[in-house]
Structures are given as structure tokens and as C-alpha cells.
Design a protein around this ligand. Structure first.
Ligand code: EPZ
Length: 420
């Protein structure tokens, strides 16, 4: 398994292009199951998770090619309606095929995703939503067996705001008979981009971008093409890298609208931010101010930026509190950051971070995607060499992160790691 060797102490400067959004692609790809024909998904990021989703969809019979960041999907040969455990265990977003399969083919057999590095990841809202739409659901030997002659529109209320469940039920409702309303729908930009893609496919959806979606089911959808929105979490990660290293960095092909909560907090920490229609420029301060953050649903501060923010606060001048209200135990990065000398103590779902003058390089272990990002960020400022192991985690969600960081002046190399 590969590792990264990071030499600390380099200020980042220059311009970097942000890739397409992983969490948009992972919804757009299964959405193609809803119609027969050829789709083009432009600006798709080159990521492990996209490859995993591609291999799952190919196992169903979909023909997929990927060239110059454009995915071409031919769904006319889809004939299997299963998501086996070997795919789903690698990526829980595989559950996104459930709604489209039941809606278009009337049946699906999808493995339960199991947990992830930071604990259980339930899918009860996905299942309850489909049952409300009239699907027969049976849980058998770790699989969800779903079937329906034709889904029927229903009124659905999510007690918890869920990106995945909103996406799954939204996709299923487009082909249901009658009207479906989804109350307390997630409004993350990736869901808005999915809804706009479904509109382009001929779906009838009102309330896009709001917590109340109304879908008028149709008998058939057709193909469409789409340009994937920029990845707001990759963008936020590079802004934090610039802020931590006292740098001056411009991001290109980004949508500042999607990052408002992060930009406000970076300004509170002393960064100077300049916005263009598709660019963000950050000038770091000489000294970072401590800033408390509470990760919450969109448009709040994203949980996917919580680990990166803790890394930033490790080098701020003072103490800050970073709380996650989405995943109460998403803190596997804290013990690894402590190995670099970070002074962080946990109190339930809050990390109390005492900013220290200097982190010291060490060998650290990636446990999940955003945790590995926070370890690389810390390595950029730690004295000496930081070895980040098991970087396959980071390859899931960041396209060639070491290449982009080197373009900005970082000293980071990929090396073959020990087999475990
Ligand atoms: C999506 O996961 C993202 N993944 C996650 O990004 C992100 O952290 C998360 O949304 C929150 O923003 C993709 O889009 C592929 P949820 P998802 O359903 O859909 C609870 C990354 O790093 N819940 O919005 O799985 C759940 O436990 C990844 O890119 C239920 O209780 O998240 C959590 O507390 C990590 N029952 C809350 O809802 C359900 O049926 C939000 O989860 C579903 C979710």
C-alpha cells in the first residue's frame, strides 16, 4: 500500500484547478440506470470511488468508458440488478443504485453497506422511503431485497437530513406513479446537481435547492449529458493547506457559492479571501487566529471539512473547539495528529484544540478519506518528514493530490509502502 513522504516548512503559492465533485459523480452515475441509452458526464474526477462505482455498474451490464475526465455510460445493456457485497463493502455510496433499480426494473438486490472507519452508517431512511413508495423490502443474509410492480408516489418526511436517502428516494420517485413529496430533504449542492440532471432527463421536480421536493412521476426518462460541479471539499482542503503554510493560493474552476461557511471561518482565522465567479484566492495571515467550528448540514460547515479544520487549528495561536453534529465519532484523525505533537483533547463529539507553535514529523496512519487529508495537511507544516501510510484512502476522494500540492510548492512524494 502506497504512502506519502511529506517534508514540512514550504509555503504554498500559485494556482490549482479543482476537480469535479466526487459526491456529485457518485449520484449522477447510478442515476443513468433510470433510462436506456448513452450519457456523457463531463468533468468527472479521476478517483478510486468513481472506478469502484464504474465496476459496480459494469457488473450490471452497463458499458462505461472514461477519457479526458468524461464518462460515457451506455445503459442499454443493463440486465443485472444486484450490488454484491464485494463492491458495497468498498464504498457505501453503492447504495445509490437501490432506488434507480427498483424504479426502472422493479427489483434490486443490494448488499447492506456495513460500517466505515468511524462507526455505523445506517440506511434505514433509504429503506423506509422506498417502502413508503410501495416497494416490498426483505432483509436477508446481509442483503436488501427490494421489489415493486410500479412505485407509487407518497408523502415522505425524513426525521434526519440525509444526503444519500434524499438522493435515492428522489431518483426512485421520478418513475413512480403519481406525486411524491420529500420533506426535510438534504440541500447539499450534490443533491441539487442530481435533481438538475434528472430534470434534463425529463423528470418533473419542484423545489430544487429547498428542503421540500415535489416530484411528479413520469412513465419514462431519456438520456442527458451533464458537467459535474466542482468538488467543494477538495477546494476547502487546498484553502486550508494554503492557510496552514502561510501561503498565497488561487483555486480555479471552483464555485465559491458552495463554500460560503468555510470561507467565513477562514476569514475569521485571519485569511484574506478574494472571490471571482469561478475562483477563490486566499492570502494566509502571519499568525492564525483560533476559530470554533460546528459541522452541520448544508449550508453549515461541512462534516467533510471537520478533520482538515482540526489540522488547521493545531497551528493557530490559541485554543478552539471543533464539534461534529453529523457524525459524533468522526475523530479517528485525532490520535494520529497527536503523534505529530498536536495538543487535542476529546470531549464527546467535540475536539478541544490547543494550537501549538510546532508540529514534529512522524509516521502516521490514514484511517479514512478526510482523516488522511488532515494528516497530509499537518505534514505540510510539521518539522522534518511525515510519513502518511495507506494513502489508498485519500486516492478515493482526491485526484492526484500530491501532484497538485507539488504544483503549489509542497514537498510530497508517493512511495511504495510496506504490505500489511
Ligand atoms: C454523504 O454521505 C457523503 N457521501 C459523505 O461524504 C458526507 O459526509 C455525508 O453525506 C454528510 O454530508 C456521499 O455523498 C457519497 P447522510 P451519506 O445520509 O449520504 C444518518 C466523504 O468524505 N443517516 O447525509 O451516507 C447518518 O448516520 C463522505 O466524501 C441515518 O440515520 O450521509 C448521519 O448521521 C464521507 N439513516 C446523517 O444521517 C440513513 O438511512 C447524515 O448522513 C442515512 C443516514
Amino acid at each position: 500500500m502506497d504512502k506519502f513522504l511529506v517534508q514540512g516548512g514550504h509555503h504554498l503559492s500559485g494556482t490549482v484547478t479543482v476537480s469535479g465533485a466526487k459526491n456529485a459523480s457518485l449520484a449522477l452515475m447510478p442515476a443513468a440506470l433510470l433510462a436506456s441509452g448513452t450519457f456523457h458526464l463531463r468533468n468527472t474526477p479521476k478517483l478510486r470511488d468513481v472506478t469502484t462505482m464504474s465496476s459496480l455498474l459494469k457488473s450490471m451490464g452497463m458499458k462505461i468508458t472514461f477519457k479526458d475526465h468524461e464518462l460515457t455510460l451506455d445503459t442499454s445493456t443493463v440486465q443485472k440488478h444486484e450490488a454484491p457485497y464485494q463492491h458495497v463493502k468498498k464504498m457505501r455510496a453503492s447504495i445509490y443504485v437501490l432506488g434507480p433499480l427498483v424504479a426502472r426494473f422493479g427489483r434490486a438486490k443490494v448488499s447492506l453497506p456495513g460500517g466505515c472507519a468511524w462507526g455505523p452508517r445506517p440506511v434505514n431512511l433509504h429503506i423506509q422511503g422506498l417502502q413508503k413508495l410501495g416497494a416490498e423490502i426483505e432483509m436477508k443474509r446481509g442483503y436488501i431485497h427490494a421489489s415493486a410492480k410500479r412505485l407509487k408516489g407518497a408523502r415522505i418526511q425524513f426525521d434526519v437530513s440525509s444526503v444519500g436517502a434524499t438522493g435515492n428516494i428522489l431518483m426512485a420517485a421520478t418513475l413512480a406513479k403519481g406525486t411524491t413529496t420529500i420533506e426535510n430533504a438534504a440541500i447539499e449542492p450534490e443533491i441539487t446537481s442530481l435533481a438538475e440532471f434528472l430534470l434534463a432527463m425529463g423528470a418533473k421536480i419542484d423545489g430544487i435547492g429547498t428542503n421540500r421536493l415535489e416530484i411528479e412521476g413520469v412513465d419514462e426518462l431519456h438520456t442527458a449529458d451533464v458537467t459535474t460541479i466542482p468538488d467543494r471539499i477538495e477546494a476547502g482542503t487546498f484553502l486550508v493547506a494554503a492557510a496552514m503554510t502561510g501561503g498565497s493560493v488561487t483555486l480555479d474552476q471552483v464555485n465559491p457559492e458552495h463554500l460560503k461557511a468555510v470561507l467565513v471561518k477562514l476569514e475569521d482565522a485571519g485569511c484574506r479571501i478574494t472571490l471571482g465567479p469561478t475562483s477563490i484566492a486566499l492570502q494566509a495571515p502571519n499568525e492564525l487566529r483560533p476559530v470554533d467550528v460546528t459541522a452541520s448540514i448544508y449550508p453549515g460547515f461541512p462534516t467533510d471539512m471537520q478533520a482538515q479544520w482540526i489540522a488547521l487549528m493545531c497551528v493557530a495561536k490559541g485554543t478552539s473547539v471543533v464539534t461534529d453534529t453529523i457524525y459524533l465519532d468522526r475523530f479517528k484523525h485525532v490520535p494520529e495528529l497527536q503523534r505529530l505533537g498536536a495538543e487535542v483533547t476529546m470531549k464527546e463529539n467535540s475536539a478541544i484544540v490547543k494550537g501549538s507553535r510546532q508540529l514534529m514529523g512522524a509516521t502516521v496512519m490514514s484511517t479514512d478519506l478526510r482523516a488522511s487529508a488532515s494528516l497530509i495537511l499537518a505534514g505540510l507544516v510539521a518539522e522534518g518528514t511525515t510519513e502518511v501510510l495507506r494513502v489508498y484512502h485519500i486516492d478515493r476522494g482526491y485526484e492526484a493530490i500530491e501532484v497538485k500540492l507539488r504544483q503549489l510548492g509542497a514537498s510530497i512524494e508517493r512511495a511504495a509502502g510496506e504490505e500489511y
